[in-house]
Design a protein around this ligand. Structure first.
Ligand code: FAD
Length: 230
């Protein structure tokens, strides 16, 4: 299977929740009252104000749970480096893989000779894994032979603030292609349920009009440079 990302669940009304928390900070009324009273316009105004002022902790009250399937172990390793999140990953100790549908980068797939090298190595791993299991080696030990191209499934929960940071780092053109695909898909899903919080979300060149990477070969950097904000 290819990459599949599902937004499994989220805080019921994520923007209203964050906005009610923000309103309580600045008024004598409780968030309970604000939650019921705020109009859509109030919510958007409040959220834009707290985001531009950097009062981002109120965004932590809105959380989002994704199921990420069909990514490689190379990608999931990058994903779980984001510590402000919760993860549940399919175990290679308990799940024996009958069929391994490896993730193959385009750079390899588009080059005949490289693809042959890659597939022959993968076939070797697949065969070794099956033989180790057949010899009675437990899955937790047989898995040592599995490559980074092995597919995995992982449930990820992040709050809106952690997601904004994740998108800044991982939607950037200098992020690795697979984690960037994951981040871009997650961004498109959360935009559907929290459009104001994520309206300016994306890599630093989108969210803050700066480029910490200063990667001169990046077309986005050139754009910023021409506008004088690189
Ligand atoms: C292009 C790119 C290349 C990378 N290359 C490498 C690499 O070569 N090697 C490598 O090891 N990693 C690499 N990383 C991973 C990177 O260093 C981070 O571990 C990863 O992006 C998670 O980011 P984060 O810490 O901001 O996220 P989170 O862990 O979710 O943290 C979010 C924010 O919380 C705060 N925070 C969290 N924990 C702490 C803490 N202990 N102390 C203080 N503040 C904290 C920080 O402000 C942090 O930005 C790379 C990342 C990118 C995007």
């Amino acid at each position: 299977m290819g990459l599949k990302i599902t937004l499994l669940a989220h805080t019921p009304d994520p923007e209203r929740t964050a906005a009610a928390a923000a309103r309580q900070c600045y008024s004598k009324f409780s968030a309970t009252k604000a939650y019921g009273d705020l109009s859509m316009e109030d919510i958007s105004k409040l959220l834009r104000k707290i985001i531009s002022s950097g009062h981002l902790s109120v965004l932590e009250h809105a959380s989002f749970t994704f199921v990420v399937e069909g990514i490689s172990r190379a990608c999931s390793h990058q994903l779980v480096r984001h510590r402000i999140a919760s993860y549940s990953q399919q175990s290679q100790r308990y799940v024996k893989f009958d069929e391994l549908d490896f993730v193959i980068p385009d750079s390899v797939a588009n080059d005949g000779e490289s693809m042959r090298v890659f597939l022959s190595a993968l076939e070797g791993c697949r065969e070794a894994y099956s033989r180790l299991l057949a010899n009675g080696i437990p899955a937790e030990d047989a898995r040592y032979i599995l490559p980074q191209a092995s597919p995995t499934k992982i449930v990820v929960t992040m709050n809106a603030r952690a997601l904004l940071n994740f998108f800044e780092l991982r939607c950037c053109l200098s992020a690795q292609w697979e984690i960037r695909k994951v981040a871009e898909e997650m961004l498109s899903l959360v935009k559907g349920v929290a459009p104001t919080i994520f309206e300016n979300a994306g890599p630093f060149c989108v969210s803050r009009r700066i480029c910490p990477e200063k990667k001169y070969s990046c077309p986005k950097w050139v754009e910023l440079y021409k506008k004088g904000s690189a």
